[in-house]
Design a protein around this ligand. Structure first.
Ligand code: SIN
Length: 288
């Protein structure tokens, strides 16, 4: 096996892995190195890849069962566990109009700080995003490490925050953007869910869990709860807790949803093509 190197980034978290080609079969040793880097560094980057959808899925499945994306037009053709993160219509291959409702929901939803599927009873563990078409300007992905941010708070504040429960609700996210409600059937399947404001990772670290899908704080007046969430988000997204990934075609980035927020940075939505494929590893169970 060629030597695999894990090179930590300067930002205080994140690491680049060198010496791996995911279009080839992966040894257990190589997988263990990757998994160890993921657990330790939170965001893992592998450049210059050229793999198929099936290889993307097969690699992702090594970390656990994958979430399924229900709307076929959001899926890579034939792969219900690959989400197209894109402004390009799958069927016409043209850039979508910005006022297309599905598109709007997606671009608005990913351009603000969020954690993938925090609105599900069992939220995700990790996501793997693969760059296929990259705009010439903008469209970076920014990450905030909410475990680092939580650890930087005074102890008394940390203890107070651990008592708080937050309701996450995808419909509330849509309402905030002025988007119409989804069907009754979908809403029944994904009802509002309680999540701890501070979640615990298997290694004992604790992290803030919030972001766009955090609708309101349980048992707290709305105004006070909203201010709490917005203050904590502002705190956790300060530069010292953030890494901004500048995409190149062929990059694969895996991040830990249990202790990060992320968002897509703006780009020319109607002038530049952006296509990335995302798989999402399901979590192991409800946090509450
Ligand atoms: C996402 O939120 O899953 C995608 C982030 C991005 O488009 O950069």
């Amino acid at each position: 096996m060629a030597a695999i190197e894990v090179r930590p980034l300067d930002q205080g978290f994140g690491a680049e892995i060198l010496g791996l080609d995911l279009s080839k079969s992966l040894s257990q040793e190589a997988f263990d190195i990757w998994n160890g880097a993921f657990e330790e560094h939170t965001v893992v980057i592998l450049r210059d890849q050229d793999f198929t959808e099936a290889q993307h899925v097969a690699f992702s499945e090594k970390f656990g069962p994958l979430e399924v994306f229900t709307d076929p037009k959001d899926q890579a053709r034939g792969f219900p566990t690959i989400l197209r993160v894109s402004n390009v219509d799958r069927d016409t291959n043209e850039i979508k109009p910005v006022d297309d409702l599905g598109h709007k929901s997606f671009t608005l939803g990913t351009s603000d700080w969020h954690t993938d599927s925090s609105y599900k009873r069992v939220m995700s563990k990790a996501s793997l995003l693969y760059g296929i078409e990259i705009p010439t300007r903008g469209g970076d992905t920014a990450f905030s490490n909410t475990a680092m941010a939580f650890a930087a708070l005074p102890e008394k504040r940390r203890e107070e925050l651990k008592q708080i429960v937050v309701i996450h609700d995808f419909e509330a996210t849509r309402r905030r953007f002025g988007l119409p409600p989804r069907s009754e059937e979908i809403r029944r399947k994904v009802p509002p869910v309680p999540q701890p404001l501070v979640s615990k990772l298997p290694d004992g670290r604790e992290a803030l869990l919030m972001g766009l899908h955090a609708s309101h704080v349980e048992n707290m007046p709305r105004k006070e709860g909203d201010a709490l969430l917005s203050d904590l988000t502002a705190f956790a997204t300060q530069p010292q807790f953030c890494y901004r990934h500048k995409w190149r075609k062929g990059d694969l980035v895996m991040w830990d949803n249990r202790c990060t927020l992320h968002r897509a940075m703006p780009y020319e939505l109607e002038g530049e093509r952006r296509l990335l494929h995302r798989t999402t590893i399901a979590g192991e169970g409800p946090l509450i």
